[in-house]
Design a protein around this ligand. Sequence first.
Ligand SMILES: [Zn+2]
Length: 330
Amino acid sequence: MKKKLIEIVDSISKKKIVEIFLDLINVNTVFLNYHRVLSDLEFQNIYRPNNDLVVSKKVFENQIIYLKENFEVISINEIHQKKNNKRRVVITFDDGYFDNLKNALPILEKYNCPATIYIATSFLDNKVTPWWLLAWKIISSQKQINFNDKILKISEKEDKKNCYEMICRELISLSKNSQDIILNNLTDNNTIEENNVKEFLSSKDLIDLGKHDLIEIGCHTHTHQNLKTLDKEDIHNEIINSKSILEKIIKKKINHFSIPYGSKNCFDDKIIEQLSAYNFKTIVTTEHDIFRKNKCNRIPRIGIGNQDINGRFHSKAIGIDSLLNKILKR
Ligand SMILES: [Zn+2]
């Protein structure tokens, strides 16, 4: 039923009536949330879970062309300015993957599109590998794993994907210690290969990005933990550490913050209140909602993936998809 409704909305999203409705309720700016942009070859050849967080270069370029033709792509620092009547989008990337520089930036430059990149500073220079990459590394290389006192057989691709999704759902709400215990026990096999793939930006990359006219650097905490698992002091340290690391590297003030994971089970009103005390100009989430200029300490964003083309992409970029998701409580 929900799926059908979304399909109907996607198919009518380009109709004038939808725009008139959005004007009436004053929706004119939408924040888009990307994570990774892979080369077309990497995208095709590497089997990976959660494809909705990854786009290929080709799809990304088509999305940017579409935005340039139909929207005004603005910088996060321009959200309070009103230039013309075009609908507006703000492009954001989370975590600080190297492919943002390697694959996304040349396309952003080609079409002169500004974007914000939020960095989780412990991932810089590939010093720390996030738990979701470690979990996938183990799951993709093993035929069975130990989870919740059970042995799970995961020889088939589909089993690996389901298993990964199940483990992610559990790990996202746990403290770092509990995550480490589960990850350490997933396999008795100690021969998981270290890969030397440069997944994340280096400090040197960040210096270059910090100087770039189209790029705004934002903070995404230091260790990317679910803020609900931390106490007030730990949250304070996460913010202060990452903000000062970033400011030292790019030699500019950090004005924008992205909540790790960003969904409702990863923050609450109290956390928003605490975060608001650091005078960030904006705080972004991944909630489904309408962006209101007077609520810049809790900005909704819509995730963009490789399936988002045609009506699907349009309906996300104009904000009708977010609104529908909020109403349907997806
Ligand atoms: Zn993140």
